[in-house]
Design a protein around this ligand. Sequence first.
Ligand code: B12
Length: 425
Amino acid sequence: MNCEEPAVPLAGGFLGRQRHVCAFFDTRDDGYRILLPFVKEGLERGEKAIQIVDPALRDDHLARLSDVGIDVEAAQAQGELEVLDWKDTYLRNGSFDRRAMSALVEDMLSRTRAEGFPRARIIGHMEWALHDGSDLPALVEYEARMNDVLPRYDDPVVCAYDRCAFAAGTAMDVFRAHPVVLLDGTLQQNPSFLPPSRLIPRLHTGILAVLRDRYLTALVAGARPEALEIAVEEALSEDVPVPSLYLEVIQAAQYEIGRLWQEKRLTVAQEHLATEISRSAIELLRPHLPAQQRNGKRAVVACVEGELHDLGARMVADFLEMAGFEVHYLGADVPSESLAQLVRERRPDLLAVSATERSRLAALCRTVAAVRAVPGDRIPIAAGGQVFLRKSRPGRRLGIDMHARDASGLIAVARRFFEQGSTRP
Ligand code: B12
């Protein structure tokens, strides 16, 4: 942004560096009373005016511009005024695509410069989002992510909302997505503004709950294509972080499958079907995990002898790989002596062992003992799985070095462990 430029007046105040404005109006007349002087002043300064309006109200909009003395035809002919409608913009191709819309806004801003204007004043009327089938979470995410785009330009972008038409929850999220707000006719810095890095994870919390419920329904029905569509394609297209999909959708749904099985509302066969679908979902999501730089460390991940529950260990292996480890994943039911032999040969920097059932504790102890008997430097051992669900610090008694409740927790614990250079339990 060019800091030499004069501040832009709007609604009796001035826009500073932050120019992504959320304007809430009670009536259309209210909105025009405040925004028309803003449009006119920009045109008088030689700036471009771009407005995106309801196609049904386009003529009314042009008439209102004329009423304040704007020569609409001449301004349009000279490219100073562009009045677009929702069908050309937000709803291009029939529905809202936030990435396409963001690219379109960037294109408008670059084109404005290429045409020789110092900047554009863009106003978008947002009631298109109230139409049936509109994706309101996508709208909020679009508004949030525009805060990564717009600071590269100094063009004011005013998103005009009918305060009475939007549900309170949506209005609040939209409000939080704008650094500047125009409310009750007054322009102000928004004290509730959340930058995208803070707002988007909050939005995802809601999306995750919905995805989890829908994924679980598909699992219970054994509907593989639908389940994979929800947990993979749909979730990725919504930019939901893959680690959250592992833990808050797939793991959470698997726990529910276990509860339904325990209550005899699902058969063993239905549980098997669900688990195999979840295994496929993990396979498809794995390439999309955000990869950190290699850390030069090697990890071996295995389920203890007799332990058949292997999805948790699979997730642990994937999270370690994401964190930069070279991972050797051995899967279910690995006999203690055989695991110790592999440890002797490969000398991992970390051994992660998984146990679910109480009766596997003895096998876990045998594994720890066998690995501790391997000559040479002590190999750090992490243990986890549902056998520890009710134990907060199982380390000392079992002779392990690290424990965490889930795959994400292990990454944090392992990082601390290696940073401290610790080799003691
Ligand atoms: C699918 C399933 C099976 C399948 C497993 C297939 C497979 N390939 O995994 C089969 C049919 C084989 C099975 C068998 C049994 N099951 Co079962 N099963 C389940 C179910 C429904 C889902 C398991 C799952 O996928 N979880 C999702 C994963 C991602 O979660 P997770 O394992 O907890 O992993 C996370 C954390 O624990 C942690 N973690 C895991 N490992 C490690 C390792 C380290 C180092 C760290 C730090 C963290 C960590 O991080 C993981 C990722 O975040 C669970 C329900 C449940 N609550 O999980 C029951 C469940 C685990 N099963 C149960 C039981 C009782 C059995 C059987 C004894 C039934 C029987 N009578 O035969 C047998 C035992 C088999 C055996 N020898 O292991 C009980 C266990 C109760 C208990 N804790 O004692 C559960 C909880 C069902 C219930 N509600 O009662 N089961």
